[in-house]
Design a protein around this ligand. Structure first.
Ligand SMILES: [Zn+2]
Length: 253
């Protein structure tokens, strides 16, 4: 009862503070799954009522396979995210899901296109970044280029993995310089750059900003490793600026 009451209070404050679409995005964190027309099919996996069995099985298998990619980079999964998966557009719309997948704190919201180990491990990395930052205020210090680049290092999705980067370089596809990339801090600026660099591309099999961020964060991670990554988040928790923590993680190796 206490949980329901506090959830209601949070719900009211969120609805007073935010637009309808933002509310749809964040309601997963305050409403019980049954209120969202979701049923549990596995530990930490909920799906839209009526989802076919084949799709459910695919999701369970891919979610399990996704874990090794996250562990490879992070060492362990501390955020233990809960998956909320939609089968229909109606469900995706009701949860404010515009892309194939997104992460809200420790919830991964997916539509069928994202029922793959790459999408799920990518979103899990975002959930780890939130968890390991220690608080929402400290998480806000993490620039979008690093958060996305790290998710690309975790999940080598063909649209932005090392091969995609090679193609960008070989075919001289316009892409942000390291300096420009590192100036992209907010989600809004990131989305703007992603749109800009893919706008005039003949093919959409490569997402330029993601491949670029993955390349530079990958370069950093190859020096820093797991210990450097954990050190970076310890420093963020202790009040360091991101820039200082990022630089020091490879200086002290
Ligand atoms: Zn992402």
């Amino acid at each position: 009862m206490k949980t329901i009451l506090s959830a209601c209070a949070l719900l009211i404050s969120i609805s007073l503070l935010t637009s309808c679409s933002t509310f749809n995005t964040y309601k997963v964190a305050v409403l019980p799954p049954s209120w969202l027309n979701l049923i549990q099919i596995d530990k930490d996996i909920y799906v839209e009522k009526g989802m076919g069995e084949a799709l459910q099985k695919k999701l369970i298998v891919q979610a399990e396979e996704s874990k090794k990619y996250v562990i490879e980079v992070w060492g362990e999964i501390k955020s233990n995210p809960t998956i909320y998966a939609c089968a229909t557009k109606k469900c995706a719309d009701s949860l404010g899901l515009k892309a194939p997948a997104h992460c809200v704190d420790s919830y991964l919201i997916l539509r069928p296109k994202a029922f793959t180990k790459f999408y799920i491990s990518h979103e899990t990395s975002h959930s780890e970044v939130i968890k390991r930052s220690g608080s929402i205020l400290k998480w806000k210090k993490i620039p979008e280029w690093f958060d996305e680049g790290l998710a690309v290092v975790v999940a080598p999705n063909p649209s932005h993995n090392a091969k995609a980067w090679e193609k960008i370089i070989k075919e001289q596809v316009p892409h942000p310089s390291k300096k420009e990339l590192m100036s992209i801090h907010s989600v809004r600026a990131w989305n703007k750059a992603t749109k800009k660099y893919n706008e005039n591309l003949d093919y959409n099999s490569i997402v330029v900003t993601y491949a670029t961020a993955g390349h530079y964060v990958g370069e950093w991670y190859s020096k820093a490793g797991k210990s450097g990554l954990l050190q970076l988040f310890d420093k963020i928790k202790n009040g360091y600026s991101f820039e200082k923590a990022y630089k020091e993680a490879i200086e002290t190796i």
